[in-house]
Design a protein around this ligand. Structure first.
Ligand code: BJ8
Length: 424
């Protein structure tokens, strides 16, 4: 990695502790990613992004701030990036995916909090992630209880604005979410000093839709009988999409897809003949959480899709692009975002429908329903998922895990037994 120490120091980071993270990440990435055979060359760009993860993009954001630009940190796929970019600001995902940050979070949060929240809080308070230092304002949301309380703790250290996400999907809830989006627009305008016009919001909608189109194009390749790219690589591309520049990100994904087109034409796949096809569903996997994908794929199976927020929930459904007034555009945003089916909603049958649909579309042999430890929303909804899979005759394995490696051996055994059962 190039030398970014001065930048990290200027950001008030704890350099000594951060060095420990910089030392372990390349090894982990090498073991999980670079060890794969027959990877597309287009993944080189994404490898480079990971190698320079705390360097290149943070440096771009810092440069942007020097010209007066504002950076907003987000934690949920319900927060509409379109509005932020329309105000000539930048949105960047901030969810923590590493055990490295968890102890920092546990200093202020109960141990029985989900690791995603603990890692996110720890990354900020321990000053060991440049993205968490750079963001001028965090945009939280009222999804789960853990996050709601975490915003209050983070707000002692950084400006936090919280969007009130309805928990049902009646017409009045969609309307209420539209009002929240309009309030976010006002907040972003006030904070940046820039006006969000209908013209600017139209551009913002197109920008983010283009990223969604690129991700959807990438996922299409996973429907191939022998996909030309691994599930692990697709997960990485999706994780990077949360914080890279959206236009560049779409461009690099499309470039990768060009290569995958050729692979399909030439009959190149990355899996062994007869590899079982797995749909993963459940809680999101923030970078660098590659644990379950690695276990599944190094056990000889293919992860063909994720019904998660770092999978199809991130890019399915486009925002209508043909509305010309701000009101119409905000309605279109509310309509699109309320189509996401997170377990924080009740009832949430549409998520079950999604899982069944995805099993068909991606021709999955089985489903692994993964829950991040202490996420009671997805844990409880796991009951409905497993029941529905049973009724539909779809083999399903429920798993609960965290960011540590302590249960890796046990998970490997359970996944291995599940894959064996699929082969019978
Ligand atoms: S739309 S899944 S990104 S809230 S933080 S709910 S794992 S206890 S992340 Fe999420 Fe938005 Fe829903 Fe998606 Fe559970 Fe942890 Fe809460 Fe979590």
């Amino acid at each position: 990695m190039a030398d970014y120490r001065q930048m990290w120091q200027d950001l008030g980071m704890d350099l000594q502790t951060h060095d420990v993270l910089c030392d372990v990440l390349p090894q982990a990435f090498g073991d999980v990613y670079l060890s794969q055979k027959n990877r597309p060359e287009g993944m080189d760009f994404f490898n480079m992004v990971v190698a320079e993860i705390h360097g290149i993009r943070p440096a771009e954001l810092v440069e942007f701030q020097k010209t007066g630009g504002k950076v907003f940190g987000t934690f949920c796929v319900y927060v509409p990036d379109e509005v932020i970019f329309a105000a000539d600001a930048i949105a960047t995902g901030l969810c923590g995916g590493s055990q490295f940050w968890v102890p920092g979070g546990e200093k202020v949060l109960p141990t029985s909090t989900c690791p995603l929240i603990k890692a996110s809080v720890g990354a900020r308070l321990d000053a060991t992630c440049p993205f968490f230092r750079i963001a001028d304002m965090y945009i939280g949301e009222t999804t789960c209880d853990g996050k709601k309380k975490a915003w209050e703790i983070l707000a002692e250290d950084v400006p936090v604005y919280v969007m009130d996400l309805p928990q049902m999907k009646r017409d009045k809830d969609v309307k209420a979410w539209g009002e929240e989006i309009a309030a976010l627009k006002d907040k972003v305008e006030e904070f940046t000093g820039n006006k969000v016009t209908a013209e600017k919001l139209k551009e913002g909608i197109k920008l983010i839709n283009d990223k969604r189109r690129a991700l959807a194009r990438l996922y299409e390749f996973r429907k191939q009988p022998n996909p030309p790219i691994s599930g692990k690589d697709c997960l990485l591309v999706s994780q990077i999409a949360f914080y890279d520049d959206p236009a560049r990100n779409a461009q690099m994904i499309n470039k990768l897809c060009g290569e995958l087109d050729e692979r399909v034409q030439n009959g190149v796949g990355v899996y062994e003949e007869g590899a079982k096809r797995i749909l993963i569903t459940g809680t999101p996997m923030a970078i660098p959480n590659w644990k379950l994908h690695h276990i599944v794929e190094s056990s000889g199976a293919a992860v063909v899709a994720e019904e998660t927020c770092t999978g199809v929930r991130y890019f399915e459904h486009l925002v209508e692009e043909n509305r010309d007034t701000l009101e119409g555009q905000i309605d279109a945003l509310a309509e699109r975002y309320m189509k996401i089916n997170c377990a924080c909603f009740t009832p949430n049958e549409k998520r079950i429908d999604d899982i069944k649909r995805l099993v068909k579309e991606y021709d999955a042999d089985g489903v692994i329903d993964v829950n991040l430890k202490f996420c009671s929303l997805y844990d409880i909804e796991g009951y409905n998922v497993e029941k529905a899979m049973k009724e539909a005759g779809i083999p399903c394995l429920g798993i609960e895990t965290d960011y540590t490696d302590e249960d890796a051996g046990q998970l490997r055994t359970r996944v291995g037994a599940f894959l064996e059962m699929l082969g019978e």
